[in-house]
Design a protein around this ligand. Structure first.
Ligand SMILES: [Fe+2]
Length: 341
């Protein structure tokens, strides 16, 4: 991508990179809670790219933290070649929207539909849109993740966690829904996998300045997570540990404590907590950070590097980005103390 004079030019370039063509059926999808006026640049870009655009607004159908598709919405999206889903510029939003973990997303992808989420405001889209270098690096990282069997996470702060992923996918997330059956999210640059559900053993020390994204919280004092056979069995620490314990408890689901996915961030323009520009997209994409998550991990798409394909069904999902960690795959370091090797 080169220089863009307008916002809709940036979106148009993103759509062209996703191979949206004039003959394709494209959907502009949004929750009815999003202000329709905010959709103008996206609709403009979509209409310049495809000759067959419809706009669909969904109403909240289930008032829970996770939003799922009803059968009518699912059937409509399965008819599309390409879906552009605008989630507003202030993710996470105080209302439920469709996410990668929603029922319906894998079913839509299974119909060969390509799906691109956008959950950043205009300024952050300009900051985080993927360069050719990021695309190439993330694809290479996804191939490395795919062929990895064992993961070792460590830190000077006391983390020492071993996980197995034999046979699981290498998922890449970089805003490129260019092949049939891909779900992606614009502005991200990260790779992830779902480790085997009972494989993680050891300790994770979450440090001040790390984040618990769905809780909307920055960690204030160290949290020690003891993990046995894939699940957190003990949470130790102070104020932040208590907040985490309470959040996990409220779902009343033992799977909330299970490891969901793990991987690393690649985006050179992402910022960390404490920056006024910080968004959850930054937290998941910050170059050299590690993202570990707990809860659901079943989302999967037909495309080779899209989705994680675990077996942990769970009502909750919590993403925890970690700075200053080291990450090795089959004994080979890829991140050392927060820096890409
Ligand atoms: Fe996640």
């Amino acid at each position: 991508m080169g220089e863009f004079r307008t916002h809709s030019q940036l979106i148009e370039a993103a759509l062209k990179r996703c191979n949206v063509r004039p003959e394709e059926k494209a959907v502009m999808l949004s929750s009815r809670i999003i202000d329709p006026a905010d959709l103008a640049p996206y609709e403009e870009a979509l209409r310049r790219t495809s000759d067959h655009v419809i706009s669909v607004r969904y109403h909240p159908m289930e008032v829970t933290d996770a939003h799922h598709m009803n059968d009518m919405l699912l059937a409509a999206m399965q008819q599309a070649d390409f879906v552009l889903h605008y989630r507003g510029g202030t993710f996470p939003t105080p209302f439920a929207q469709l996410t990668a973990h929603s029922r319906g997303i894998p079913e839509v992808a299974a119909s060969s539909t390509r799906w691109l989420d956008i959950c950043l405001n205009e300024a952050n889209q300009f900051r985080l849109h993927p360069s050719d270098e990021i695309v190439a690096e993330a694809m290479e990282a996804a191939r490395l993740m795919e062929r990895t069997n064992e993961i070792h996470l460590t830190s000077d702060g006391g983390t020492d966690l071993v996980l197995r992923k034999d046979g699981r996918k290498g998922h890449r997330q970089l805003g490129l829904a260019d092949k049939p059956g891909i779900w992606d999210n614009f502005g991200f640059a990260m790779v992830a996998c779902a480790p085997l559900e009972n494989s993680a053993n050891g300790v994770v020390v979450v440090e001040p300045g790390d984040a618990m994204l769905q809780m909307g919280a920055t960690v204030r004092d160290p949290i020690t997570l003891r993990v046995e056979d894939g699940r957190i069995v003990k949470i130790e620490g102070g104020e932040s540990a208590t907040a985490l314990s309470q959040w996990l408890e409220r779902w009343q689901d033992p799977e909330s404590y299970g490891v969901s996915h793990i991987g690393w961030g690649l985006h050179p323009n992402a910022v960390w907590t404490g920056s006024p520009r910080f968004t959850p997209v930054d937290g998941e994409s910050y170059r050299g950070s590690i993202l570990i998550a707990f809860g659901s991990n079943t989302t999967d798409m037909p495309a080779r590097h899209s989705g994680i394909g675990g077996t942990r069904h769970c009502v909750s999902h919590l993403d925890v980005p970690l700075l200053s960690h080291s990450f090795a795959v089959d004994g080979v370091p890829v991140v050392k103390s927060g820096k890409i090797v």
